[in-house]
Design a protein around this ligand. Structure first.
Ligand code: FES
Ligand code: FES
Length: 155
């Protein structure tokens, strides 16, 4: 039986009717067309589906939508500001931290949560902050440099 919930996604309210087995990832991608949140392993291993829920990173593929009624969700579509890339996104571009880009939305959201909590994270804190996000392209060095630079610029 479907349950009525309301999610606030990127500052827009969405009244929804969801089946008990639908994940937040299903709702974002298939019902709302927010395809920036990526579906990788669909089993909690890769971090490509990371979004922020009430400011904290969560794996959307492991989050049942019916259990997060009232939550405030931020996806990659809600990170840019007034049509401008967020400084963190700019740093990813400037440091060549994006290759295929599949991991990038999840990486950016994990990094955003980290920088909001610790505006100038050191390298070890950055490694820990993105430890749940796998990238099969870049080898991580450029991603870590980008996050480090974004933290320094924001300080
Ligand atoms: S798609 Fe969610 S962790 Fe891989
Ligand atoms: S840039 Fe391709 S998976 Fe990270």
């Amino acid at each position: 039986m479907k349950k009525k919930i309301t999610l606030t996604i990127n500052d827009w309210q969405y009244p929804l009717e969801v089946s008990p087995n639908r994940t937040l990832l299903d709702i974002l991608r298939e019902e709302l067309g927010l395809m920036g949140t990526k579906q990788g392993c669909d089993s909690g291993e890769c971090g490509s589906c990371t979004v922020l829920m009430d400011g904290m990173p969560v794996l959307a593929c492991l989050t049942l939508a019916c259990e997060v009624d009232g939550a405030k969700i931020q996806t990659i579509e809600g990170v840019s500001q007034g049509g401008e890339l967020h400084p963190l996104q700019k740093a990813f571009v400037e440091h060549g931290a994006i290759q295929c880009g599949f991991c990038t939305p999840g990486m950016v959201l994990s990094a955003l949560a980290l920088i909001r909590a610790h505006p100038t994270p050191d390298i070890e804190a950055i490694k820990k902050g993105i430890s749940g996000n796998l990238c099969r392209c870049t080898g991580y060095a450029k991603i870590i440099e980008a996050i480090h630079q974004a933290g320094k610029s924001a300080a």
